[in-house]
Write a protein that binds this ligand. Structure first.
Ligand SMILES: [Zn+2]
Length: 466
């Protein structure tokens, strides 16, 4: 049992377990030590990581990985190796990992300490619970380092030839797919990967690794699941088919949807929430459900989700109707609906007393996702790209960064993209003189010369009116 001391709350010193022989944890074993090492290692490795590795890296997400797969298959159906690496940090060949790190002796000692002291023993390779790394900030980076080189080893074995493209590797943490139009190439890649992983003491999990085709049915199923998405293609006639760069139909359509397993998990969670709140008021149920619905539908807003969202609406209605019926067993259907649903424009579950309404999955609309470009990383110093993409950057004033994101990196006056070296100014839509505020909604970013043009025009218009 560890007693929480006041100093622990301030984060200054860690409490000492009673059975610990040390007087105090060494600094590097603390969360703070790990973050310090992360700050030292990450920029260096970010510059080296492969373009198609997307997991647990700054400025990259699962959506980028999915978009990369979409780009690889949309022109031509492909064979896919859907692979999974046996997890567990203790399987990693530690000397090999330390040799790969090639870091300073001090950091090396630290990391060696963690690996040997069993801080990460038995932990999963990429400890992912609900999308964020648990158990230490450093282990995802170390695992990414361990798996760095997978893409390169494949591209070296299959060099690009005229009229023939090498297989495409898309990796998200320890989950990866290899895509190519020939099955033989995929089978060969599987052997190469198995051999390469041995060098790190890792292996493919046989039960979760399979070869499949995105369009044709193999082993009773077409397509594959990746990061909670189901990716597959359907044959299509010339009018429905996806088109290639020359606007010619390719003979199939690509559908990326929430995977059935993910939908089931989400439904179970909703059901559990409703069940847990069976004795609470409607407002409480809505408060508990809304964040779950918002989070889930936001994750899937970039893919083809309409049918799934619609079905979830129906399922949720059934759950809530049962919840209401349980509270009012003797009341009629009409009475219950009048009490808990607003039916004027689409059915909405609501609490009459507090006025809060339940969010619907279908409220979240489809949005186009722009994939992160190539091998870019937030450490590459391209502050214009990153502040436009993310809306923040340490080198750019917050106000300018959010304006850049909102304007998609373009000047509102001349519609040209801002480029490095351009001089820009923040302009007030309604001038301060005439009562305009400095809130973001009243601001825009303009080139300095565009700002001059705009101001001159406005003054002229103003004088003419006076
Ligand atoms: Zn301009």
């Amino acid at each position: 049992m560890i007693k929480r001391s006041r100093s622990e709350e301030s984060g200054y010193r860690r409490p000492i377990p009673t059975n610990c022989v040390l007087w105090e944890y060494p600094w590097w074993a603390t969360g703070r030590g790990k973050r310090a090492v992360l700050a030292a290692l990450e920029p260096e490795w970010e510059a080296r990581f492969e373009p198609n590795s997307y997991g647990f890296r700054p400025g990259r997400s699962a959506h980028d990985a999915i978009k990369a797969i979409h780009g690889a298959i949309s022109q031509k159906p492909k064979w896919a190796l859907d692979a999974d690496i046996s997890k567990c940090f203790d399987q990693i060949d530690r000397p090999a990992l330390l040799a790969k790190l090639k870091t300073s002796p001090r950091l090396r000692r630290c990391i060696k300490g963690w690996l040997e002291a069993g801080v990460m023993d038995g932990e999963e390779l990429f400890p992912t619970t609900a999308g964020t790394p648990q158990g230490g900030v450093i282990s995802p980076l170390l695992a990414n380092i361990a798996l760095h080189g997978l893409e390169t080893v494949i591209s070296e074995k299959f060099p690009r030839r005229r009229g023939w493209n090498p297989p495409k590797v898309v990796r998200y943490a320890d989950d990866f797919v290899i895509l190519h139009e020939e099955r033989a190439v995929i089978e060969q890649s599987r052997e190469i990967v198995t051999e390469w992983l041995k060098g790190m003491g890792l292996e493919l999990k046989e039960s979760k690794t399979r070869i499949t085709h995105t369009l044709e049915t193999t082993e009773g199923e077409a397509g594959f699941e990746f990061l909670g998405f189901k990716i597959r293609q359907y044959p299509a006639g010339r009018y429905n088919s996806d088109r290639n760069g020359h606007k010619q139909p390719v003979g199939c359509v690509t559908r990326i949807e929430p995977s059935p397993k993910a939908v089931k998990r989400h439904t179970e969670k909703l059901r559990e929430t409703v069940k847990r709140h069976r004795a609470e008021k409607a407002a409480k149920v809505i408060e508990a459900l809304n964040p779950q619905i918002a989070g889930w539908s936001n994750y899937y807003k970039y893919v083809c989700h309409h049918a799934v969202f619609h079905k979830l609406g129906t399922v949720l209605f059934a759950m809530l109707y049962a919840w209401a019926k349980r509270r009012h067993p003797r009341k009629s259907k009409g009475w219950i609906v009048r009490k808990y649903w607003r039916v004027s424009s689409g059915w909405r579950f609501q609490s009459l007393r507090s006025g809060v309404q339940l969010r619907r999955h279908g409220e979240t609309h489809y949005q186009c996702y722009v994939k992160v470009a190539g091998a870019r990383s937030p450490y590459d110093g391209d502050w214009l790209y990153w502040s436009t993409r993310l809306g923040y950057h340490p080198k750019v004033p917050p106000r300018v960064a959010s304006l850049l994101k909102r304007q998609q990196g373009k000047c509102r006056e001349c519609s040209l993209r801002f480029r490095e070296g351009d001089v820009w100014e923040v302009d007030h839509l309604i001038p301060r003189q005439r009562g305009g505020t400095s809130g973001l909604h009243n601001l825009q970013l303009l080139h300095r010369h565009c700002h001059d043009i705009k101001t001159a025009r406005e003054i002229e218009r103003f004088e003419r009116r006076v």
